[in-house]
Design a protein around this ligand. Sequence first.
Ligand SMILES: NC(=O)c1ccc[n+]([C@@H]2O[C@H](COP(=O)([O-])OP(=O)(O)OC[C@H]3O[C@@H](n4cnc5c(N)ncnc54)[C@H](O)[C@@H]3O)[C@@H](O)[C@H]2O)c1
Length: 407
Amino acid sequence: VGIHSQLNHKSDVVNILYKTGIAIESRVCIGDGALDEVDRIFAQMDSGKAEAASSLLTGAASSPAVRHEASAGKHVLKILVVCQPSVRTDYAEPALAKLQAAGHQSQLLELPDGEACKSHDQLLKVWSVLQEMQMQRSDFLVGIGGGALTDLAGFAASTYLRGIKLILIPTTLLGQVDAAIGGKTGINLPAGKNLAGSFYFPSVVIVDPGVLSTLSPRDFRSGLGEIIKYALIEDAVSEKTEYRRGPRSLWSLLRDADGQIEGDVLLGIINSCIRMKLAVVAKDPHEAGLRRCLNLGHTLAHAIEKVSQFKYSHGEAVAIGCVFACRLAERMGRLPAGQTEELVQVLKKIELPVAVPEELSKEQLTQAMAFDKKRQGAAIKWVLPVEKLGAVDLEVSMSAQEVRDLI
Ligand SMILES: NC(=O)c1ccc[n+]([C@@H]2O[C@H](COP(=O)([O-])OP(=O)(O)OC[C@H]3O[C@@H](n4cnc5c(N)ncnc54)[C@H](O)[C@@H]3O)[C@@H](O)[C@H]2O)c1
């Protein structure tokens, strides 16, 4: 972090100009079986050799390097593992056992499922356990579960002692491609979702696609909703960041996928989404501009989640939001006719919803959008696909009323 100050004594007023840059060091270890390496990843961080762990952006493989360093420097760490009930037996307890076997003072705390864990009550509970364990800043909070759990874990780690170390192990597809990547944390307040939060980057994110085998089909599809969004911004991200896409575009992979998306294709898709998000976040960590492209489809999606009282999952709502954004762009003449229909066909194949549900009140949706965090005065700023699927305009302003008419 560089802080440079410049003093100007020419008048009574002293101007102090702070220039800050942020240095973010955050790694992602990805691969089938990555979860089994949790003790070795700790051993490696502890011996200060984390750079040998998989750096997704450079494409290095994780497991052999991590294994090689495993026996280095044994220093006892305090580790609190928080998890969702659904992953306790299969993933959290085995990970805890490995950490305990490595000699770390570790304990497990199970939190309520879904959005119920993103509350101030649960945050307080985690803080209390961290306090009982007499955690120091160099100790670790490990979050194992879906996006709801990793959001809460991130916020707890970022606020306790103004920041203890954090490792995230996302176990849903949505968590692996999105929620656990990029440093956004948060809890819900009675007034709305994610209203209290922070930007805080985990030391390591461990992404093991193997854990997705126990996920419900609906939660798997929800992750695909977010992946569709990545497909719709891939060209824009390639153009504006260091992200380089694979031999086939995400869009063509999803369009041509027959049946279940699994194995190497799934691993490749997860890998691309993570690299894309990291490349965007590296350019714009605090959402000053480019990072807004990740919000494609999300203005309406958040409203659908809220008005339906979370009957629609995040990914389902994002799928509807993406179709809506494309239709909006088509009507404005910014996207060639027929592109939205192509998207609709792909989403139908994946069995994701494509239209604003009739039972949701347009008034309530409009009101919810007007209160979205991304609003600017009376206008809502939209991220819209333009020219072709893959490219976006980040700065389309439209009033809530205009949007209501279009719903
Ligand atoms: N921080 C961010 O940048 C960001 C981005 C997108 C979404 N989010 C947040 O993520 C949350 C949604 O995430 P989600 O869809 O993962 O929801 P979730 O955490 O509620 O998980 C969905 C369900 O899957 C279960 N589950 C998790 N892993 C499993 C596994 N491997 N096998 C079986 N069941 C499993 C959970 O217990 C839960 O019932 C929302 O709160 C949203 O706000 C955050």
